[in-house]
Write a protein that binds this ligand. Structure first.
Ligand code: C2O
Length: 529
């Protein structure tokens, strides 16, 4: 589809000619069937982010993990159940950087007759945050992969595809929500951006968070929120202010020392009935771009309404370091022109293993026992302990080389898993929004510096149940889940450029013994590589 934004026209890939794409509406326990036909010349897949895909791993969507891409002209039908799930989630493309324009909302209502656990809103609205580039996204990805350098900063942030008035020729490209005074609104906030975490606030209005990543939370009232790519929040907003027009602003959260980024914000409007469109809007206050305290308070305040599946005991105890390094140019990166800092290349890794994309899908290779596409020796603890023992962030200029590989970690069916994610922050200091496919997990703890099991305080009462956790800059987060969904499940940083650098791994969760604990057969129309 041809779009003109910021005074430039370009072709973007869309679903059904819509940008953002169509909303997938469902009810809890509904069967969802989506036929995807690829009318572009390039590869495509769709991932249903946050849908736990109970026993439907083949429909998860990440390219080369659970399926081969849908090639030009091919059709693939995704089919899954919203098993015991409701709330706000998102779908997005999961190949190359295609999700930069191919994304949309998933709204799952409770079953008929089941009310929300909070006062019923007068109306609901969806706000999807995105990033917009004037350049072609495939070129951007290629540039990152071949140069070994960073991603160029985005040209604009967007809310529901609109940048708002602060950019080049965008004064009329503004999204508006029209509201009635004296009512309660539910806003479904979705972060579909590629490479940046963002703050969001509404001028003069408070937001009460009632759901995070599609799970109810204890109500928590704040002035501003921070979302990373892949995260969703439902917030209640009261229209209790004088009749007028109020800005809704979305701008960067970047606790960086030396990363180039644009300190710009997308603006949408929250407009009361009776307000004149041309009157000056009240400006929204965003936190300082590196305000870690706001982010920490936001994380501390998220509490599950009911933490019913929280494992109190652990069978599998894992510790993964997250490393983002500049490596010297060497033979294991022969395709790169080494234009990263100091003539090196960026490499990102978990437990020192930088993820290499396999040539067939890992799920297919696992299911059909095809040898040679992965090894099952992903380390449960870091290979090189000195990466983090000196205290995070550890800004050593030349980190040790990470290993390249397609390694998976195998988990027994039903295991109660605890995973501590430790950021080692060797070159930049930036949160990593880590996303796990196939599961939600309880975020039982987080903190700055190095994780220490003797002093770490864990919340084993009401931790939030999420699918993407922003691992704090130079800090850690501990998550727990029960491995009750067999399959191959990708885990990666949801900053797209970090995934390109290899910040990813996969779990294989083995079959259980019962018929309802066993992977189904692949669908007949599953694409081939
Ligand atoms: Cu939202 Cu693997 O992604």
């Amino acid at each position: 589809m041809r779009v003109t934004k910021l005074c430039q026209s370009k072709d973007i890939v869309t679903i059904n000619g819509m940008f953002p794409g169509p909303v997938v509406y469902a009810q809890e326990d509904d069967r969802v069937i989506v036929r995807v036909t690829n009318e572009t010349p390039h590869n495509a897949t769709i991932h249903w982010h946050g849908v736990r895909q109970m026993l439907s791993c083949w429909s998860d969507g990440p390219a080369y993990i659970t399926q081969c891409p849908i090639q030009a002209g091919q059709t693939f039908t995704y089919e899954f159940t919203m098993f015991k799930q409701k709330g706000t989630l998102l779908w997005h493309a999961h190949v190359s950087w295609l999700r930069g324009t191919v994304y949309g909302a998933i709204v799952v209502y409770p079953k008929t007759g089941v009310p929300y656990p909070f006062p019923h809103p007068y109306e609901e609205h969806i706000l999807i945050f995105g990033e917009y580039w004037n350049k072609d996204l495939r070129k951007l990805e290629k540039q990152v992969l071949s140069s070994g350098g960073g991603a160029p900063p985005t040209n604009a942030y967007t809310i529901n595809g609109h940048p708002g008035p602060r950019f080049n020729c965008s004064s009329n490209d503004v999204y508006r929500i029209q509201v009635v005074p004296g009512k309660r609104y539910l806003l479904r906030l979705i972060h579909a951006g590629l490479n940046m975490e963002n703050f969001f606030s509404i001028a003069n209005h408070k937001m009460t968070i009632v759901e995070a990543d599609g799970e109810y939370t204890k109500p928590f009232t704040v002035d501003r929120v921070m979302l990373g790519p892949g995260q969703t929040l439902n917030v209640l907003v009261e229209t209790d202010q004088p009749i007028g027009t109020y800005d809704m602003a979305m701008g960067p959260y970047m606790s960086a020392r030396n990363v180039p980024f644009q300190n710009i914000s997308a603006i949408a409007r929250f407009q009361y009935d009776g307000a004149t469109t041309n009157a000056l809007a009240q400006p929204a206050q965003l936190p300082r771009f590196n305000d870690n305290l706001v982010v920490k308070k936001g994380m501390d305040g998220l509490r599950s309404l009911n933490a019913t599946h929280l494992p109190l005991e652990i069978d599998t105890n894992l510790f993964f370091t997250i490393g983002l390094n500049v490596e010297q140019c060497h033979s294991s990166n022969p395709n790169k022109t080494c234009q990263g800092p100091n003539g090196g290349v960026f490499a990102a890794s978990m437990n020192n293993v930088s993820f290499n994309r396999p040539a067939v899908s890992l799920l297919q290779a696992y299911y059909d026992k095809i040898q040679g596409h992965f090894t099952d020796d992903f380390p449960g603890v870091p290979l090189k302990v000195f990466d983090y023992v000196n205290g995070a962030p550890n800004n050593s200029p030349n980190d040790t080389q990470s290993l390249n590989g397609t390694r998976v970690f195998v988990v027994d069916y039903g295991a109660r898993v605890q995973l501590v994610l430790q950021d080692t922050g060797t070159v930049t200091t930036e949160n990593h929004p880590i996303h796990l496919h196939g599961y939600s997990f309880y975020v039982v703890g987080h903190g700055t510096g190095n994780y220490d099991p003797r002093t770490a305080k864990l919340n084993l009462v009401d931790p939030p149940y999420m699918n993407t956790i922003g691992v704090p800059v130079g800090g850690w987060a501990a998550i727990r889940f029960i491995a009750d969904n067999p399959g191959v499940w990708f885990m990666h940083c949801h900053l797209e450029v970090h995934m390109s650098w290899g910040l990813a791994m996969a779990f294989i969760v083995k079959n259980g013994n019962g018929p309802l604990e066993t992977l189904p057969h692949p669908p007949a129309d599953l694409p081939k590589c």
